[in-house]
Design a protein around this ligand. Structure first.
Ligand SMILES: [Zn+2]
Length: 113
C-alpha cells in the first residue's frame, strides 16, 4: 500500500499509526450471496453421488455457487483501516474487540490450531 492511500483510523478518526506503534490493521469486506438454483444442482448431485460433495461439484456446469460482488467489480470491496489501539484493544468501540476476536479465531482455524 502506498503512503498516499493511508488515511485516518476508521474507528477513532485519529492517526492510523503513532510513534512507536507502526502497525495498523486492514479489514476488507466483500459482500457475497448464494445462487439458489446452482446450489440446488450441487446438492442434488451430492445425493446422486451418495454424499460426495467433491464429485457433485465436478459434475455440475458451475460449482461456484457463492458469488462475491468483488468478482464483478473490485471497487465493491469495502476496506477499513484501524490503528493498533482500536483494533488491538477494542477500547474505542466494543465492536473492535469483537472483530479482533473473530479475526484471531479465523486465523487459528485456517492454520489448524
Ligand atoms: Zn483508531
Amino acid at each position: 500500500m502506498k503512503l498516499s492511500r493511508l488515511r485516518a483510523c476508521d474507528s477513532c478518526s485519529g492517526p492510523i499509526v503513532r510513534p512507536g506503534r507502526p502497525q495498523l490493521h486492514r479489514i476488507v469486506v466483500d459482500d457475497g450471496f448464494v445462487l439458489g438454483t446452482a446450489a440446488n444442482q450441487v446438492l442434488g448431485m451430492t445425493q446422486v453421488f451418495q454424499g460426495s460433495l467433491a464429485l457433485a461439484e465436478a459434475m455440475v456446469p458451475d460449482p461456484e455457487v457463492v458469488k462475491f460482488l468483488s468478482e464483478a467489480d473490485v471497487g465493491a470491496l469495502t476496506e477499513l483501516l484501524f490503528c493498533a489501539d482500536c483494533y488491538g484493544t477494542g477500547l474505542v468501540e466494543p465492536a473492535g474487540l469483537i472483530l479482533h476476536r473473530l479475526v484471531e479465531q479465523r486465523r487459528r482455524k485456517v492454520k489448524g490450531l
